[in-house]
Design a protein around this ligand. Structure first.
Ligand SMILES: Nc1ncnc2c1ncn2[C@@H]1O[C@H](COP(=O)(O)OP(=O)(O)OP(=O)(O)O)[C@@H](O)[C@H]1O
Length: 728
């Protein structure tokens, strides 16, 4: 793991709190330097996974009010230098152009990295779209030989200035379907004049989750990068190494969980394309009237995964942001009133030229039709459903183009779906079986964080490489987890539905629904993490008897029947052997959990007692100094016994894990005989590493289409209660 060294302060509440006079007092220069030197500086190492922004700044570095951060490269390290801000002068990154207050003349664009490119010869299938050479060159560099279907349909319409509602399967390249026309326009049109010394934001992309926003941001940045130079390459200027020049169009994320001050500083430098989650954007907008004014003058507004945005609990923020983009009068509840600046309410020229793009893999046909009916706008003003929200969009186009390429039944053609019907208590065993049988990069969706917390230690004991992703993790941890998952070709990610939308992890081999999703849309989006960009993928549902009704409803909502879902073939004798391992792992986990809980309770009790200055009863406070020797001795020996037991169980599990599981009829001694001779497979390399007697296989080829049973009429009534896999 590459490590970036930065100078930083230890976290301190006192330092982070804004001093009311931080900017007001003139501080002599020498005193400033002395004050800085006296701060308790120390070096910290941070993983580079979360990335540096386009100026080479560390994205999430916590900042202190009144202290500016200036970045320098020293050898292989990036070092952050801190300077006390004097209130008059803004901190400037060494590579950022001067932000002088030129108000009236349109700004010249910085030169793009690529100004000529032979698209006709090198990318003939993109030639008809006449993209800016910078974009064509980076498409070529990324080996995107031809546009995907949604790109081919959306590009000409969007480039002609029309509004677009795009619906296409997961992983079909929707980001570039709206991204390329926006970037092309920005690369070919002069920037409008600066307002209040700041470059105007020209495009706003709203996304429901932080990870998706960051991903979209990176995807767009990749199209603006220098296709020849490596990302981290630096140039030598006046003996000082500085990062390469910034791209012609700047793209920046505004998302929660990262330093808001840093994001405000990026906005101050000027951003062309903002990719934001509604919550953080609205936080910033509420204090930044210049930005609010800019949002009203946007060239492009994009809602990516619009249908998810209201589910994410940001309805109010999204609604307020959208209100800033409408031309129509919104007499009641004008969000600008909350911004409290008369300037923002002043009569700006109505923005007639904004293009609106709405993209998702799941927008119902009804909704698409309704989106066109602008007359409903006012009626829908007070309710809060997705339909109403989208109907509040002020399409400048009287007839937005609807491009619906969503597949029949919500299934991507390269995806193989399947199910296993099993008891709830057996799900762990089936999951473990699948992970061993079909190694690869697997994403397991669970409906609650508790389930993830239960499975993760179990998998650790079973020596499965696994990571977890859920909303209670810090943002840095979430990004780190995703990077690790991307880096490992054989691993498991246990995740809640925060990972269901938009995440583009290349080559996810399998998606497993440990619990069934709550809606058909979530099913489609979860599945969409595999089978992306025309690659093959596999999805498996673990369906318990009490989930059958949900399954039926789910399939019904997709216009399909449950019987269309094939079952995954399972070697039951191997499964039985794996149950043994699971039982052992659960036992060890239970013991470890009990010890941890006891220790935690004891510690808590001691701390609480110390804080109150009281003594705790010896039978409550085991192992305390107050206990008599006899009791303490008994406690000690009980703990020792438990440790020995745990050690023995661990050794037993370790021995089991060291052996491959053997299918029935396999003899490890006589590998050329028995009902399953394995010698041939071993010689050809087809033998499974962890399961003796079965061949390596792709899960896609192991599904079984069962014929629908025709039940006699009299039995049909009792069909409702299904009693598990044993009865099948
Ligand atoms: N023309 C292309 N040729 C090949 N790959 C492409 C092309 N366009 C985009 N991709 C790649 O396809 C993958 C999926 O793209 P993207 O994330 O935009 O899909 P999406 O339709 O937005 O998916 P979702 O609905 O899940 O959000 C990305 O890795 C992207 O780099």
């Amino acid at each position: 793991m590459e490590v970036v060294h930065v100078k930083s302060k230890p976290p301190s509440r006192a330092l982070k709190r804004k001093h009311p006079r931080a900017h007001a007092l003139p501080v002599p220069k020498r005193a400033k330097r002395a004050a800085l030197d006296e701060l308790p500086w120390h070096s910290v190492a941070r993983p580079s996974e979360a990335g540096l922004d386009e100026y080479g700044d560390v994205l999430e570095l916590e900042e202190v009010d009144g202290v500016d951060v200036v970045y320098e490269t020293q050898g292989d390290n990036k070092v952050a230098r801190f300077e006390i801000a004097d209130g008059r002068q803004k901190a400037k990154s060494p590579v950022v152009a001067d932000d002088s207050d030129v108000e009236d003349s349109p700004e010249q664009l910085p030169e793009p990295f690529v100004t000529t490119f032979d698209t006709q010869t090198l990318l003939p299938e993109w030639a008809s779209f006449s993209l800016h050479p910078q974009l064509a060159a980076t498409l070529h560099q990324q080996n995107f030989k031809s546009p995907t279907a949604i790109q081919a349909r959306a590009l000409p319409v969007a480039s002609a200035g029309r509004d677009v509602i795009g619906v296409a399967e997961t992983g079909s390249g929707k980001t570039l379907a709206y991204g390329l026309p926006i970037l092309h326009h920005l690369l070919t049109t002069p920037r409008p004049a600066k307002a209040k010394g700041r470059r105007p934001v020209r495009a706003l992309v709203l996304a429901p989750t932080r990870e998706l926003a960051l991903q979209v941001c990176n995807h767009l940045k990749a199209c603006l990068a220098d296709p020849i130079k490596k990302e981290d390459e630096e140039e030598e200027t006046k003996g000082k190494k500085i990062p390469v020049k910034p791209p012609a169009v700047s793209v920046a994320p505004i998302v929660g969980g990262m330093s808001a001050q840093k994001q405000r500083r990026v906005l101050d430098r000027g951003v062309d394309v903002l990719v934001a989650t509604p919550g953080r954007l609205w936080d910033i907008l509420s204090q930044d009237d210049t930005l609010a004014t800019q949002i009203k003058q946007l060239n492009f507004l994009v809602l990516d995964e619009a249908d998810r945005m209201i589910q994410a609990g940001h309805f109010a923020e999204l609604d307020n942001i959208l209100k800033l983009t409408v031309r129509m009068d919104v007499p009641e509840e004008d969000p600008r009133d909350q911004l409290g600046d008369a300037a923002t309410k002043s009569a700006l020229p109505k923005n007639e030229h904004m293009q609106t793009f709405v993209f998702s893999a799941t927008l119902s046909k009804d909704l698409q039709r309704n989106l066109k009916k602008r007359s409903k706008f006012k009626k829908a003003h007070k309710t809060s459903t997705l339909d109403d929200l989208l109907l509040r969009l002020d399409f400048r186009d009287s007839d937005p183009e609807i491009i619906d390429l969503s597949p029949e039944g919500g299934v991507v053609s390269t995806l193989q779906e399947s199910k296993i019907e099993c008891l709830v208590t057996d799900k762990d065993a089936y999951l473990y079986y699948f992970l061993l049988r079909y190694p690869g990069r697997t994403l397991v969706f669970l409906s609650a964080i508790d389930g993830i917390r239960r499975l993760a230690p179990l998998f650790e004991l079973l020596q499965l490489k696994s990571f977890v992703l859920h909303s209670e993790l810090q943002q840095k941890q979430r990004l780190k987890t995703l990077d690790r998952f991307k880096a490992e070709s054989r691993c498991v990610l246990l995740a809640t539905d925060i990972a269901a939308r938009g995440l583009d992890v290349p080559s996810v081999d399998h998606v497993i629904h440990y619990q069934l999703p709550r809606s058909a849309d979530t099913y489609v989006h979860r599945n969409g993490r595999t089978a992306r960009a025309r690659a093959d993928g596999f999805a498996l549902m673990l369906c318990a008897p009490d989930e059958r009704r949900t399954l039926r409803a789910l399939m019904g909502a997709l216009g399909r029947t449950e019987s269309e879902l094939p079952e995954l073939n399972v070697e039951h004798d191997i499964l039985d052997k794996l149950r043994e391992r699971i039982a052992l792992a659960r036992k060890i986990d239970g013991m470890q959990h009990r010890v941890k809980k006891e220790n935690h309770e004891r510690k808590w009790m001691k701390e609480a007692a110390d804080a109150l200055g009281v003594d705790v009863d010896s039978d409550v406070m085991s192992a305390s100094e107050d206990e008599d020797d006899e009791e303490r001795g008994a406690q000690k020996s009980r703990r020792k016994k438990r440790k020995v037991q745990e050690g023995a169980l661990k050794a037993e599990l370790k021995a089991l894990l060291a052996q491959p599981v053997m299918a029935r009829g396999v003899s490890a001694k006589y590998i050329t005989s028995g009902s399953r001779p394995i010698a041939h497979d071993m010689l050809t390399g087809d033998a499974h590493d962890a399961m003796l007697g079965v061949k390596k296989a792709d899960a896609r080829s192991e599904v079984v289409h069962r014929k629908k049973k025709v039940k006699p009429k009299a039995e049909a009534k009792v069909e409702e209660e299904w009693s598990g896999v044993e009865d099948e």
